[in-house]
Design a protein. Structure first.
Length: 114
């Protein structure tokens, strides 16, 4: 079993920045892929950034150049640095992990005002 806990969401003006954190606990050595997803009101959940173990990080086109995903293995934490935020980035952001199953955090709200 894997447990994920996000933090760092909030309200920010357009052009501002936020950093999300995802702390991982449990059977962390079984994880072979992780990522960040988001779900805006009335829309389907979409992937924002993802990576497989030992692989490069891939971003959806809409956030390339603005968002950066990073890992701190010593802290068992994955980050999502979000810069130049736009109102269309408003969503609940979820951390995701995969081993033999799929795991999701509880989500953290990001609201970008215009």
């Amino acid at each position: 079993q894997v447990q994920l806990a996000e933090s760092g969401g909030g309200l920010v003006q357009a052009g501002g920045s936020l950093r999300l954190s995802c702390t991982v606990s449990g059977s962390i050595f079984s994880i072979n892929a992780m990522g960040w997803y988001r779900q805006a009101p009335g829309k389907q959940r979409e992937v924002v950034a993802w990576f497989v173990s030992g692989g490069k990080i891939t971003y959806v086109d809409s956030v390339k150049g603005r968002f950066t995903c990073s890992r701190d293995n010593a802290k068992n934490t994955v980050y999502l640095q979000m810069n130049s935020l736009k109102p269309e980035d408003t969503a609940v952001y979820y951390c995701y992990a995969h081993d033999a199953g799929d795991y999701w955090g509880q989500g953290t709200q990001v609201t970008v005002s215009s």
